[in-house]
Design a protein around this ligand. Sequence first.
Ligand code: FMN
Length: 358
Amino acid sequence: MPILHTPLTFRSGLTIANRTVLAPMTNLQSLADGSLGDAELVWLRRRALDGFGLIETCAAFVSADGQGWPGELGVHSDAMVPGLTRLATELHRAGAPAFVQLFHGGARAAEAIIGRPWSASEIAGDPANPRAATEDDIHGTIRAFAAAAKRAKEAGFAGVEIHGAHGYLPCQFLSRVQNTRTDGYGGSYEGRSRFLREVTRAVRAAVGHDFVVGVRVSLEDFGQAVGMDLDEGLTLAKELADDGAEFLHASLWDASRMTTKRPEFHGISLLREALPRDVRIIAAGKIWSRADADAALERGADAVALGRVAVAHPAWPKASIEAAYAPAAPPFTPETLRAADLSEAFVNYMKRWKGFVA
Ligand SMILES: Cc1cc2nc3c(=O)[nH]c(=O)nc-3n(C[C@H](O)[C@H](O)[C@H](O)COP(=O)(O)O)c2cc1C
């Protein structure tokens, strides 16, 4: 049996049947108030039925002031719990445990929905013109992450992933350029990493030790993640594991590439060296073929998260039993995507991803 198709156990006890993870993917299919939409359930359930070892939800906002876009899933209030329970139950019934991705947009929250957003600090030149967080914002948001994790557990999910990547709020705190605070939540690495570490500790304390907690990270700058530093990211990964994270999810965007800062090293190998062996590593970024997945596992990942390939090819986990499996590349017709259980809204959203929809 190839490693990819063998089970994986997390520290807190969860075992997944194989090492294919559906990457968290925003799909704008939730209702206006953040509650679960049927189309969101249909698209995720298909991937559970088709053999993914683990399903991650899209980014789900933990408090109203962190909502990033219309149609985003919410985990911010108890009113969301019935929909979340339905989702967790259906995915479990379809054969896969699921994690909720806990999200706060910070400066990237949707102004049209929430008004003026806030961030670690004001960000010079940022068109969103975020105001600087007060101590109340910070402590209230740490509590909101913890409460959201508790709701996910009550709803029957197997775990949560704190979204610490891609330039959203935790990343804005970490950033060497966006965080210009002069108090204990800014300045040195210790100050800039404090928010994400306190979130992780609060989440772990809220859910106990029989529930999976992990963090998604951007080790280096990409897109909206700016002011990241590879060595700080590796130190942080280690500290987050001390704080209660039992997996780190490296969002690499291109898992075949070496790091920018130290081109002789790969991000997965560096993370593997930095972390205790029983802290799991999930790796994501342009993993398309079985060979791509095997390469990530050989570098030290314990599981691979599949994004775009899983949108077009839901049966990837089963098909990849074949060592030479290399599914068709984009563009895909809307018919192909509809046949893969994407709603019209999601097909339209995928048109924003260059070259994906024919
Ligand atoms: C449609 C779409 C939506 C995404 N939404 C999220 C999200 O909600 N949270 C997140 O952490 N990453 C999100 N991502 C990034 C993916 O999880 C993944 O890391 C990235 O697409 C690279 O993997 P891939 O090359 O397999 O697509 C999204 C990507 C796509 C294509």
